[in-house]
Each structure stands twice: as structure tokens, then as C-alpha cells.
Write a protein that binds this ligand. Structure first.
Ligand code: ADP
Length: 178
């Protein structure tokens, strides 16, 4: 599940996970649950946690999910190095990336939403850093996936949670049927 900070990835990913009995794997949530103050300091700045730390977090999370259970990833991968690592890891685990959903939401709308959320990393400075990182580093991964032949579906992420969920689920169903 792709989308800028504030796109509603977590909300939509959890709804999908519930409906399809997939495991929701949110790197943001896993990191927020960490008891390492170093990680919390990086998150508060809006910067990305190091690849070494991410490899441990994602590696451990994936290792704990039975191979027959499908996973919806939220917040990962965010940079080409992570995408490459995931593709390699998936090969070891007998998994593959099936579909990429990209929630499309304007910067204006995401900033409005984040202002209302009030998480520790939702200050205006941090929001700017995260939004820039998304557009510069993460969004280009979508065309990388498309070049690899992975289905990327872009879904309008503005509207009510229910409206967006309907769009997301319709997009997912059409990909699952292929
Ligand atoms: P958002 O997408 O709204 O920024 P997340 O919960 O996905 O929220 O991420 C919050 C923070 O967690 C990020 O700003 C970053 O510091 C850290 N983080 C999450 N996922 C990753 C990742 N894949 N690589 C590095 N850092 C990450």
C-alpha cells in the first residue's frame, strides 16, 4: 500500500486485511512499538530509519508470518534499496509482490489531515520532510514496479473512509481475478 504520509494507508490496509484475512505489516507501527529511543528520535525528525534497522524489523516480522498467509505491507518499501531487499527476501521465503495499491491524495489534503491527527511526528517541519521524501524517493518506486511487470493500481484517496475503501477493494478484486 503506497501513498504519501496522511494518505490513509493504515486505515485502508487494515480494512483490507480484515476482509481478506491478510496480515497487516506496517513498518511505521512496528517502529512506533519499538523501545529504542534512537528510532523514536529519527521518526520524530521525519527522516527514514536506517536500512540495517529496517532489515531487522521487516525480516523478523516476515519470519513470524506462516508462508500460506498473505501480507499487506504498509510503509515499506520506501526507497530502491528496500525494494531490492524485499524482492530478494521474498525469493527466499517463496513470496512475491502481487499488487501495488497507490492512494493518491493531494499535499493540501494530507497536510490538513495530519494537522488534525496530532502524532509526535505530525509537526509542520516533520510533515514537510516526510512529504518531500515520499515524492522524491518513494513515488518513483511505482514505475520501477511497473517495469518489473507488477500491477500498480492508483486509487483516488480523497473522500470518506467507506468511499475510498470501496474503490480500493474494487481495484484489488480486479487484480486478484487476473
Ligand atoms: P507516514 O507514512 O504517515 O509518514 P508511517 O507510520 O508509515 O507514517 O511512518 C512513520 C515514520 O516511520 C517515517 O517517517 C519513518 O521515520 C519511519 N518509517 C516507516 N517506515 C519506514 C521505512 N520503510 N524505512 C525507514 N523508515 C520508516
Amino acid at each position: 500500500m503506497f501513498g504519501p504520509p496522511g494518505a490513509g494507508k493504515g486505515t485502508q490496509a487494515q480494512l483490507l486485511a480484515k476482509k481478506h484475512s491478510w496480515r497487516w505489516l506496517s513498518t511505521g507501527q512496528l517502529l512506533r512499538d519499538s523501545d529504542d529511543p534512537r528510532i523514536h528520535a529519527i521518526m520524530k525528525s521525519g527522516a527514514l530509519v536506517s536500512d540495517d534497522d529496517m532489515n531487522i524489523v521487516v525480516g523478523n516480522a516476515l519470519a513470524g508470518i506462516p508462508s500460506g498467509v498473505d501480507v499487506i505491507m504498509d510503509g515499506y518499501p520506501r526507497i530502491p534499496e528496500q525494494a531490492k531487499w524485499l524482492i530478494k527476501k521474498n525469493k527466499e521465503l517463496g513470496r512475491r509482490i502481487d499488487t501495488v495499491i497507490s492512494l493518491v491524495v493531494s499535499d493540501e489534503e494530507t497536510f490538513k489531515r495530519l494537522n488534525g491527527r496530532g502524532r509526535a511526528d505530525d509537526t509542520p517541519e516533520t510533515m514537510n520532510v516526510r512529504s518531500k521524501l515520499y515524492h522524491q524517493k518513494t513515488e518513483p518506486l511505482l514505475s520501477l514496479f511497473e517495469r518489473e511487470g507488477i500491477a500498480v493500481v492508483r486509487v483516488n484517496g480523497e473522500g470518506s473512509v467507506e468511499e475510498i475503501y470501496e474503490r480500493v477493494d474494487r481495484a484489488v478484486q480486479s487484480c486478484l481475478q487476473k
